[in-house]
Design a protein around this ligand. Structure first.
Ligand code: GDG
Length: 478
């Protein structure tokens, strides 16, 4: 029997190639779709007044179809910038201080989930595997059920799931988790996130934790498991020895004039702890005179969500902090911190990682953090660099044996770990890198997809055998 068709739903769709400047989610998913084909459905990235009556835009790439819808300008504000990124994103990253609630955001979020589900449903077959991604689409599964889809439905949350004590601050918290229970399988990055979700079901909804990762709420039984996302480690390590990577590596080594390079690579986001890491670097220079003039920090921070005030403020704060530290410590032939807000190709990025003696991955909270894994994959195993990793990154669960774990809120701890990394003997660097290579090269993006889809495929379909025809005969052009 042939494999069931894979249908992926995520806010942004594509790119399918691995060369783009896409964020973590696209990097992982593109791989699965390139391999097995299917349908990838989501937002086009465009806002248009006529979106409510507009056609689905489709593009065929080999065996994969990309299908997208526009948002209206009001939906862009309420669904994407509003509920998704002003309410859910900070909340799930434990940042109650930054959360904004607005009843209109909430209504628009649900309306977009419903509209997208109603447009997708006619294209579904009952034997598909439908895999919905991330916090933009918590209620999509329940809406697909409403629209008549009975087949297998999975959901994966790429960002953390905060403890119930934090999540209940959201006025609609109960409704959102109940909506999640419409999925057959709910996946998280780590065991911590999974347990937070289960605790919500038990304490807030009167549910019960069952064996085999299952949870029961009323008459619904759902499986909730951790599936840590990975990268295409072999592919990325090949990028690191490509000519383009080599040029970047060489250029950085020339500029550094023998000084070790410390690198940070993050979308400019307050969850990534960029300012905190600059303060840790400042503390290093402040307290260890011998480091002055002897180390360079390169922070690559491509802009994201620039329409939101908090992100614009963060950019100002990052630049001001770097400027202040540079003003304080620079000499005629040395500038301690270099900030870049433009992105690089993935090959160039791999070369930059390889040139760096230390990589700073210091999020205040992060679902996984793929940069940590990319850095490991890009190293020369015979002379690798050191990963400084936040204890609050999901990647900690797999990499803590080899990384130097840090508390990003504590500049003294960052400075101490930086000094240790910069002076670490080669044998220890090799041993630590080796301990991280194993999980990075075995827990790949492909493995992540396979294990999620295997678990989803194991859910008994709720549909009769013959029901593999489209759900509705009507065309979806309405
Ligand atoms: C979410 C979760 C989870 C960065 N700068 C450039 C560039 N990047 C790429 C990195 C990496 C990706 O962006 C960032 O991935 P992360 O995992 O670090 O973070 P988020 O974007 O916040 O992703 C996260 C992820 O989803 C997957 O589930 O790990 O916790 O927050 O791949 O390399 N890529 C290029 N140029 C750049 O300048 N080409």
């Amino acid at each position: 029997m042939s494999e069931p068709r894979l249908v992926v739903v995520s806010n942004r769709v594509g790119p399918l190639d691995d060369e783009g400047k896409a964020g973590g989610l696209a990097v992982g998913l593109a791989d699965a779709l390139r391999r097995r084909g299917g349908l990838w459905f989501g937002w086009s990235g465009d806002a248009d007044e006529g979106a409510l009556t507009g056609d689905i835009k489709t593009e065929q790439h080999g065996t994969t179809e990309l299908a997208t819808l526009d948002l209206t300008p009001e939906e862009l504000d309420g669904f994407y910038l509003g509920y998704s990124n002003r309410s859910l994103w900070p909340l799930l990253h434990y940042r109650l201080d930054l959360v904004q609630f607005d009843r209109s955001f909430d209504a628009t979020y649900r309306a977009v989930n419903k509209r997208f589900a109603e447009r997708l449903a006619p294209r579904l077959r009952q034997d598909d595997l439908v895999w919905v991604h991330d916090y933009h689409f918590f209620t999509m599964g329940a809406e697909l059920r409403q629209a008549g889809y009975l087949g297998r439905l999975g959901f994966f949350l790429h960002i953390p799931f905060c403890p119930p004590e934090v999540f209940t601050a959201l006025p609609a918290s109960h409704d959102l988790v109940r909506a999640l229970l419409a999925y057959d399988l709910v996946g998280f990055q780590t065991e911590t996130d999974r347990l937070n979700f289960v605790a919500f079901c038990v304490r807030e909804l009167g549910g019960e934790a069952l064996a085999d990762d299952r949870v029961r709420v009323g008459d619904r039984i759902v499986r909730a498991s951790a599936f840590p996302i990975g990268i295409d480690a072999e592919g990325f390590s090949r990028f690191a020895v490509s000519p383009e990577a080599g040029e970047h590596e060489e250029m950085l080594r020339d500029i550094a004039k023998g000084r070790p390079l410390v690198v940070g690579v993050d979308r400019l986001d307050y969850t990534k702890g960029i300012v905190e890491r600059l303060l840790g670097f400042e503390r290093l220079l402040e307290t260890r005179e011998e480091m002055r003039g002897g180390v360079n920090l390169l922070q690559i921070a491509p802009l994201s969500r620039a329409e939101l005030e908090t992100y614009a403020e963060l950019r100002t704060e990052m630049e001001a902090t770097a400027g202040r530290v540079n003003g304080r410590f620079a000499s005629l032939d040395w500038t301690p911190i270099q900030i870049m807000t433009t992105g690089f190709t993935r090959r160039a990025l791999a070369g930059i990682y390889r040139a760096a003696r230390v990589c700073l991955v210091t999020p205040l909270r992060d679902g996984m953090n793929l940069v940590a894994k990319e850095y490991v994959a890009a190293q020369d195993p015979g002379d690798p660099g050191v990963l400084l990793l936040s204890r609050f990154a999901g990647a900690r669960a797999e990499l803590e044996e080899g990384a130097l774990l840090v508390n990003p809120y504590n500049p003294d701890n960052l400075a101490e770990a930086l000094q240790r990394a910069l002076t670490m003997p080669k044998a220890e660097r090799i041993r630590r890198h080796d301990a991280m290579r194993r999980p990075v090269f075995s827990g790949t993006a492909t493995r992540w997809c396979e294990s999620f889809l295997e678990a989803l495929g194991a859910v008994p379909p709720d549909v009769p055998e013959e029901a593999s025809a489209p759900l509705f005969k009507a065309s979806d052009r309405h």
